[in-house]
Design a protein around this ligand. Structure first.
Ligand SMILES: Nc1ncnc2c1ncn2[C@@H]1O[C@H](COP(=O)(O)OP(=O)(O)OP(=O)(O)O)[C@@H](O)[C@H]1O
Ligand SMILES: [Mg+2]
Length: 458
């Protein structure tokens, strides 16, 4: 089922030529964006696509047939082609949100139960249940937008046209709407949007149309349309941010050439690995020597790559720097385990050390150190134990922290906080009795939260 226009032309009654000879073919099941500056004709074209406006010249075809502008013909077309207007106030008119969303399905002849089912589904999807009895004109801009989109989706059209769907939405709300649109597209719906957000059009779309002064000036895959910098500039748009960054990296030989990365992982894939590096070195370092580069805390190993940065000195400069060739080695993710020495059991601890293949053992607190010493456990670290364990773990080591009861939750909180904030993948596990205690504490916290919640509700 495709939507087409052929040499479409439209002027408003005051004589403004808003669409000038536009021919497009919208393929089924794709995500399409129309981009163009204010007044370029996007909204007018959308109104022509679902028959709200009638062209002066040229035609609109749906599924190969010219649109029939009789009221029954238009009803048929609008069943298949739903449109969400740029301005929600043009769309919402019923006394309540519920009735507004129900309007379309009722008109399509759904039974009362079917209407109720679909409206509730939409209220759930768009997080609108709490607003269902409010008049739409008492809602915020973003809430109105959600109701307008929900009302169109409730009719289950095959082609969904959304004029600036993300305007007025907060970033999380915008992501939620995009998720819904992507989900619908996954179910086979054709999604057409207009947007000034070049980053969105570039990243999200399968195909982009660029309008300027009522004309179609370019179309194609987003990488192609947005690569034409001059045309983008002439259309009062700008390059997607990720393409700008990529071009700057490419100019400096830091990224592989002639690509169009869509997102950060794609960009990262294109980065050239640095094989040679200029680093500060002491006078004792000699050419040919193998040295180990200091790794800045967290920096080198972000995003879960654990690298031991070894290098060979190739050249010594007069200014005290040397040029080294990097040799990298990817290691398994490191790990940190915590053991509660208040419940010390030599056999259990030996088993844990063996089972988890521990490289470094650190002890926190006098009591833990004393017990470890008297039990002949080899402690390699007894100060700054948490930080050192993290540093060892991010370069691939497996660490065990011995501590006593009171310190176990604190240790767990610090390490979990680090893992969460840094995004570095590390294994962290309390072991032995500590594991049981922390689990029961979590259970206790959960119960008390539930009780608080119940109290608030009553
Ligand atoms: N009702 C109207 N009467 C006369 N001219 C109109 C009317 N609506 C729009 N226009 C004109 O038609 C042209 C195209 O407007 P349109 O609303 O389609 O642009 P747009 O690309 O959607 O812009 P925006 O990005 O601001 O939403 C503009 O020059 C505009 O001034
Ligand atoms: Mg518009």
């Amino acid at each position: 089922m495709i939507l087409e226009t052929k040499n479409l032309e439209f002027s408003y009654p005051d004589g403004t030529l808003a669409i000038d000879d536009i021919s497009i073919t919208i393929p089924e099941g794709k995500k399409i964006s129309f981009v163009g500056k204010n007044g370029s004709g996007k909204s007018t074209l959308f109104l022509l696509l679902n028959g709200t406006l009638k062209p002066k010249k040229g035609k609109v075809l749906f599924d190969g047939k010219e649109v029939n502008y009789s009221s029954s013909g238009l009803r048929e077309l609008r069943k298949k082609v739903g449109i969400v207007f740029q301005n929600s106030d043009d769309q919402l008119f019923a006394p309540t949100v519920y009735q507004d969303i129900a309007f379309g399905p009722l008109n399509l002849g759904y039974s009362k139960e079917e209407v109720n089912h679909v409206v509730n589904q939409m209220l759930d999807h768009f997080g609108l249940h709490h607003l269902k009895d409010k008049p739409p004109h008492h809602l915020s801009g973003g809430q109105k937008k959600r109701v307008a989109i929900a009302g169109v989706l409730a009719m289950d059209p095959d082609i969904i046209i959304l004029d600036e769907p993300l305007s007025n939405l907060d970033p999380v709300g915008a992501d939620e709407i995009l998720d819904i649109l992507n989900e619908l597209n996954g179910l086979g719906k054709t999604i057409i949007i207009s947007t000034h957000d070049v980053d969105l059009a570039y990243k999200w779309s399968d195909y982009v149309y660029l309008l300027s002064s009522s004309k179609l000036v370019n179309e194609g895959a987003p990488g192609i349309v947005f690569s034409n910098e001059g045309e983008i500039r002439n259309s009062a748009l700008k390059s997607p941010f990720i393409l700008d960054v990529y071009r700057e990296l490419e100019k400096r030989w830091l990224a592989a050439g002639n690509a169009q990365p869509k997102d950060i992982p794609e960009l990262v894939q294109l980065l050239r690995s640095i094989d040679l590096m200029r680093v500060d070195a002491g006078p004792e370092i000699t050419v040919g020597e193998c040295v180990n580069l200091g790794v800045l805390f967290g920096e080198f190993t972000k995003e879960g790559l654990y690298e031991a940065v070894n290098s060979r000195v190739l050249f010594k400069n007069d200014d005290g720097t040397v040029v080294v060739e990097l040799k990298r080695r990817v290691l398994k993710p490191g790990a940190i385990y915590v053991y509660d020495m208040d419940c010390f059991d030599k056999d259990e601890l030996d088993k844990i050390i063996k089972e988890h293949d521990i490289d470094h053992i650190g002890a926190m607190g006098k009591k833990s150190k004393d017990i470890a010493e008297s039990a002949d456990i080899c402690i390699v670290c007894n100060s700054g134990v948490i930080d050192k364990s993290i540093l060892n773990a991010i370069t691939g080591s497996r660490c065990l922290i011995l501590t006593s009861s009171g310190m176990v939750p604190h240790t767990a909180k610090r390490i979990r906080g680090y893992i969460q904030n840094s995004g570095i993948r590390l294994i962290f596990n309390p072991v032995g009795k500590s594991a049981i205690e922390l689990d029961s504490q979590k259970e206790g916290q959960r119960k008390s939260q539930e009780e608080d919640q119940k109290e608030n509700e009553t």
